[in-house]
Design a protein around this ligand. Structure first.
Ligand code: PLP
Length: 448
């Protein structure tokens, strides 16, 4: 597609692209992107592509958003970066205070990307138990098909064979319990009943292994990287109760689903289901929340792990070794924190959660024909994420679908036979119409 051959040749020679067989770029060159504008990417030839997966799920309010731009430019005139050991600054303090208000977890530790947030939460949990004189509690549980990042520690709790198997000899063992992915329910079994059955399996494991387990890490409501597997929130309600009962931390990896993606600011807010909220039952509060991706609106790398007063207190004392021994050079970077504060401002002033609710309904309506297309199964939707599985997808389906969509001006990357869209929140109804038409055209094309 892209004709900026100079840039394509140079990228192939000099840049090792992520999650990419570089040889495949011979047949499928990457897009050479020159600019962005709201939900659109514009290549060096001026062709426009709707960024239907929010630039790997990070973008919330469009490219070159004037309000986020202004915040970063303002901060550039003050201080671009200062180390966070032995120094502090207003953006990191304000961001920590506001995240505490939003999550109910009052202590924010910062990293630079999602995988480092996972690593921080895992280390912090095991160190907590060590400080509590329970050093044997250092194992981890995660969900089957879960994804928590690809550095060695994060990969240990990830369960995606393509990413994990090659590196298995490098990894520490962890345990995977059955995923409540609603597609796996027996015929006639509800998503809720299946989620409860999976929670029973979690309990069976905890009953035998809690003494050696520090934490259970989950992607709340939607397991993203495996292909947008969605599940009933009652699973989180049960997981919280079981983790309390068996004295194991609950780590909510909201890296992909946080900041409104599932229809609430954080996905955990949906457990228990709204139907029980009136009964005086509080929503699930994890012991740790990992945040990244949308936190800066897709502008700058930043991640945060938020935790409870109780965890924090276990590290507070007179010796350095009792404190949390972890650092990254760019921890709490002021420019990234200002971008994050601008994002939180937009959520407030534009009432994004409420606005998105109406928008999501309109988008779902626009996808009505896709939802009943004979080539697909399991059309599903949570908040601002839509996905479906294509039946009898032949090898190479994802690449062919990607290319065909590009030709229609839409940037999508299916995961195996799962097609998903996760558009920026600024996507207009007209843009969503373009997307729906492109999806239908690709599904109607028997060569894809
Ligand atoms: C993307 C993702 C990560 C890893 O974040 P990176 O910034 O890519 O390291 C971890 N957990 C979940 C749920 C993710 O979607």
């Amino acid at each position: 597609m892209a004709t900026d051959n100079d840039l394509i040749n140079r990228t192939r020679a000099a840049v090792w692209h992520p999650c990419t067989q570089m040889k495949a770029l011979e047949a499928t060159p990457p897009l050479a992107i020159a600019r962005g504008e709201e939900a659109w990417l514009i290549d060096t030839d001026g062709r426009r592509y709707l960024d239907a997966i929010s630039s790997w799920w990070v973008n919330l309010f469009g490219h070159c958003n004037p309000r986020i731009n202004a915040a970063i430019i303002d901060q550039l005139g003050k201080i671009e970066h200062v180390m966070l050991a032995g120094a502090t600054h207003a953006p990191v303090v304000e961001l920590s205070e506001r995240l505490a208000q939003l999550t109910g977890l009052g202590h924010a530790f910062y990293g630079s990307d999602g995988a480092s947030a996972t690593e921080i939460a895992l280390k912090m949990s095991a160190h907590y138990w060590r400080n509590q004189r329970q050093p044997k509690k250092n194992g981890y549980i995660s969900l089957k098909n879960g994804y928590h990042g690809e550095t060695v520690g994060a990969l240990s709790v990830t369960d995606i064979p393509l990413f994990k198997d090659t590196y298995a000899p490098l990894l520490r063992q962890s345990v995977q319990v059955p995923t409540p992915d609603a597609r796996l329910a027996e015929p006639g079994e509800s998503a809720e009943a299946y989620a409860l059955r999976c929670a029973d399996a979690l309990e069976a494991h905890l009953a035998g292994h809690a003494a050696n387990t520090a934490a259970f890490i989950v992607e709340p409501l939607v397991q993203g990287a495996t292909g947008m597997a969605m599940y009933h929130p009652v699973y989180l309600t049960r997981a919280r109760a079981l983790c309390d009962q068996y004295q194991v931390h609950l780590i909510a990896d909201e890296i992909a689903v946080g900041f409104g993606r599932t229809g609430t600011m954080f996905a955990c807010e949906q457990a228990p289901p709204a139907s029980l909220a009136g009964a005086g039952i509080k929503t699930v509060r994890p012991d740790f929340i990992c945040l990244s991706k949308g936190i800066t609106g897709g502008y700058l790398p930043l991640s945060a792990v938020l935790t409870t007063d109780e965890v924090y207190a276990a590290f507070y004392g007179d010796t350095t070794a009792r404190g949390f021994l972890h650092s990254h050079s760019y921890t709490g970077n002021p420019l990234a924190c200002r971008a994050a504060l601008a994002v939180l401002d937009i959520f407030e002033t534009d009432q994004v959660i409420v606005t998105n609710r109406a928008k999501a309904q309109s988008f779902t309506d626009l996808l009505a024909e896709v939802a009943v297309h004979p080539r697909i199964r399991h059309f599903r939707h949570t908040g601002m994420i839509w996905a479906f599985d294509v039946v009898e997808a032949r090898p190479g389906f994802a690449a062919r679908f990607h290319q065909a969509a590009l030709e229609l001006g839409v940037f999508i990357r299916p995961v195996g036979k799962t097609v998903y869209v996760m558009p920026p929140y600024v996507t207009s109804i007209e843009d969503m119409h373009t997307l729906a038409v492109a999806l239908l055209a690709c599904l109607d094309n028997p060569d894809i």
